[in-house]
Write a protein that binds this ligand. Structure first.
Ligand SMILES: Cc1cc2nc3c(=O)[nH]c(=O)nc-3n(C[C@H](O)[C@H](O)[C@H](O)COP(=O)(O)O)c2cc1C
Length: 464
C-alpha cells in the first residue's frame, strides 16, 4: 500500500524523480517547463521554489498505466496497459472496502481558519494563454449529497479568483453537478473540501465513474487493500483523507455563477460555468507539497483521465459479447491525438457481411449506465481478427485497405454530445461515424496479409 508521500519517496529512490530548485514563475514559466518534462521524460518532478508560494510543486507521478500499477503495488507491471488495469478496477468496484474515520491526521498539522487562510500561499500555475487564471487541477473534491448523505469524490478543476474565492467546475456528467443542483434547490449553502496529495488509490477512483451508491472512497480502499482513513473537516461535517498534503475547505454560494476557460486535455479550450466558492479554511501537513496535474494534452492528465473509461469498457465487454459471440478484442481508446472524444476499435471473426454494421449500431446504442456510449464516442471501427485493435496504425491500415464500398461508412447525424466536443451544432448535437474495415467475405482469399510462417520462432539475437 502506498500513500502519496511514500509513492513519491519510492520514485525518488528508483531515480524516477527530477528536482528543480531554481525559482520559477507559476504563470507560464512553470507549465512550460512541466510540459517539456512530461513530454521528454517519464519522470515525476518537484519544483522546490515557486515564486510567491509557500509549498513545493509536485507532479508527473502517474504518467503511465505502469505507474498506476506501481502505485497500487500490482506485481509484474512490465508492459502493463490500461486494458490490464480495467479488471482490477472493476473488481474493486464490485467489492468496496469501507473507509474509516480517525480522530486526527497529518492533514491537520497546520490549521488556518478564516483570515489566516489564503489561496495565494499555493503554487497554482496559469497554464495557457487564454486560461481565465490560475487553476488547481490535482485536487479531489469531497462533497456530501444533502438527500442521501453519501460522500462524493471527483476531480474538479478550480479557478482561483483571488485570495479567498474560487470556482469549482462540475461538468454536466458529474455527480457534483447533481449535488450542486440539490443544494441550490434547497436554497442552502454547500460545503466542499478540495484535497491535494491524497492516497494514489483515491486519486484513481476519484477519476472513475461508479454506479449510484458506490463510494469512491470505498473503491479506493479495495484498490489499495486497506480502508482509506478519513478525518472530519474543520468547518463542516465532511470527511477528508487523514494524510492529505493540503485541504482547502470552502462554501459554495449559488447566487453567483461565472463562466471560465481552461486548456483541456485534447488541445482545445473548455469553457464551464459554475458557482463561486468562498475559502473558509486551509489545513496541511507541516512539510506539505502541492500536487498538480499538467493541464492540456499531457501524459499524466491523459493517464488519470483514462481511468474514467474503464467502466465503459466493462459495460461493452458484457453487453456486446452477449450479442456477438465472435468478438475478439475491444479497445476503448481515450487518445488526445484523436480529439476529445472516445474511439472504439473492435476486432471480430465475422460470420456475415452485415454483422459489422449491426455491431457498430449496437455499440453506439449501448447504455453505459451512467451516460450513453454515443454521447462521448466519435467513431467505432470494426476490423478483422488479423488486425490489432490496440494498434492505431494497424487499424488505419485496415480502413484504407479494406473499405471498397461506401456503405461500409455508417453516418449517425445529430447525436447528443458532451460539452467538451466544441464543434457541436444547435441542440448540442454532432455526427458519429462507424467504419466497417473488415474484408468482404467474397474477398477473403484475395486480401491476405503477407506473413512469414513461424517468424515468432526465430529470434534475431540468437543469430547476431
Ligand atoms: C485532471 C482532471 C481534471 C478534471 N476536471 C474536471 C472538472 O473540472 N469537472 C468535472 O466535472 N470533471 C472533471 N474531471 C473528470 C472527473 O474527475 C470525473 O468525471 C469524475 O468521475 C467526477 O466525479 P463525480 O461524477 O463523482 O462528481 C477531471 C478529471 C481529471 C483527471
Amino acid at each position: 500500500m502506498h500513500s502519496f508521500r511514500s509513492f513519491l519517496d519510492h520514485l525518488e529512490q528508483t531515480g524516477d524523480l527530477v528536482r528543480i530548485s531554481r525559482e520559477v514563475d507559476p504563470r507560464f514559466e512553470l507549465p512550460a517547463l512541466v510540459s517539456q518534462l512530461e513530454k521528454q521524460r517519464q519522470k515525476a518532478y518537484i519544483f522546490d521554489n515557486v515564486k510567491g508560494a509557500e509549498f513545493p510543486y509536485v507532479g508527473g507521478l502517474y504518467a503511465s498505466a505502469l505507474r498506476i500499477a506501481d502505485a497500487l503495488d500490482i506485481p509484474d507491471t512490465v508492459g502493463m496497459r490500461h486494458r490490464d488495469l480495467q479488471p482490477v478496477f472493476t473488481k474493486a468496484m464490485m467489492n468496496p472496502l469501507a473507509h474509516t474515520t480517525q480522530s486526527s491526521g497529518t492533514c491537520k498539522d497546520v490549521i488556518k481558519i478564516g483570515a489566516d487562510a489564503s489561496l495565494s500561499s499555493l503554487p497554482v500555475p496559469t497554464f495557457f494563454e487564454l486560461d481565465s487564471g490560475p487553476f488547481i487541477t490535482g485536487a479531489v473534491g469531497v462533497s456530501r449529497h444533502p438527500d442521501t448523505g453519501q460522500l462524493n469524490v471527483g476531480f474538479y478543476r478550480t479557478l482561483i479568483l483571488d485570495d479567498n474565492t474560487m470556482i469549482i467546475n462540475a461538468s454536466s456528467m458529474s455527480d457534483l453537478r447533481k449535488i450542486y443542483a440539490a443544494y441550490e434547490a434547497r436554497g442552502e449553502e454547500m460545503s466542499i473540501a478540495m484535497c491535494i496529495g491524497v492516497p494514489p488509490a483515491l486519486t484513481f477512483s476519484a477519476s472513475g465513474k461508479h454506479p449510484p451508491g458506490v463510494s469512491e472512497l470505498d473503491v479506493a480502499g479495495a484498490l489499495q487493500g486497506s480502508p482509506i482513513e478519513m478525518v472530519q473537516a474543520e468547518t463542516s461535517d465532511l470527511l477528508v483523507p487523514a494524510d492529505a498534503e493540503i485541504v482547502i475547505e470552502a462554501k459554495v454560494d449559488f447566487s453567483r455563477k461565472q463562466e471560465n476557460v481552461l486548456g483541456e486535455f485534447a488541445d482545445q479550450y473548455g469553457p464551464e460555468t459554475a458557482p463561486v466558492a468562498k475559502l473558509v479554511a486551509i489545513t496541511h501537513r507541516k512539510d506539505a507539497m502541492y500536487y498538480s496535474i499538467m493541464a492540456g494534452r499531457h501524459p499524466e492528465h491523459n493517464t488519470i483521465g483514462n481511468i474514467s473509461v474503464y467502466g465503459i469498457l466493462a459495460v461493452l465487454e458484457k453487453n456486446l459479447r452477449e450479442q456477438f459471440d465472435n468478438i475478439k478484442e475491444i479497445n476503448v481508446a481515450c487518445e488526445p491525438k484523436l480529439g476529445t472524444m472516445l474511439h472504439i476499435f473492435i476486432s471480430i471473426n465475422k460470420k456475415s457481411d452485415d454483422e459489422p454494421e449491426k455491431l457498430i449500431r449496437a455499440a453506439f446504442a449501448a447504455d453505459g449506465g451512467l451516460f450513453p456510449v454515443s454521447t462521448i464516442t466519435k467513431r467505432i471501427v470494426v476490423v478483422d481478427e488479423d488486425i490489432d485493435p490496440f494498434n492505431l496504425e494497424d487499424v488505419e491500415w485496415a480502413i484504407w485497405s479494406r473499405l471498397g464500398d461506401a456503405r461500409k461508412i455508417i453516418m449517425l447525424p445529430n447525436v447528443f454530445s458532451w460539452e467538451l466536443e466544441r464543434c457541436t451544432k444547435e441542440g448540442q448535437v454532432s455526427a458519429r461515424v462507424g467504419i466497417d474495415a473488415t474484408k468482404d467475405l467474397a474477398e477473403i482469399e484475395e486480401l491476405v496479409r503477407p506473413i512469414i510462417p513461424g517468424a515468432e520462432n526465430y529470434k534475431l539475437d540468437d543469430y547476431l
